[in-house]
Design a protein around this ligand. Sequence first.
Ligand SMILES: *[C@@H]1O[C@H](CO)[C@@H](O)[C@H](O)[C@H]1NC(C)=O
Length: 90
Amino acid sequence: MMQATTVLCLLLPLATALAVRQDQQPGPCDPAPCYEVIDSAACWSAVLMGQEKNATKIFDCVPGGKEEMCRCYGCDSILDKFVVSHQMCS
Ligand SMILES: *[C@@H]1O[C@H](CO)[C@@H](O)[C@H](O)[C@H]1NC(C)=O
């Protein structure tokens, strides 16, 4: 059960990032240090989908908090749009 969740969390945002992000300005994403952000997609996607109303909760999804999230939100195009539109890293 844990393993299936982990695989999904890892593959879904990666596939999204690769498929969608072609013609727009990419946000910051350095794959190696951003692994945790990608891997915690189940956590921050709950905020993006409105299940969690407090937008700043996405920073609680990774050990590095806001600093790590703001270095890595460009790894996923949906996360990218959310962070930019809420001006969470500016
Ligand atoms: C939102 O979440 C942050 C981080 O957990 C917390 O510091 C803040 O108090 C919360 N704000 C509200 C309105 O609940």
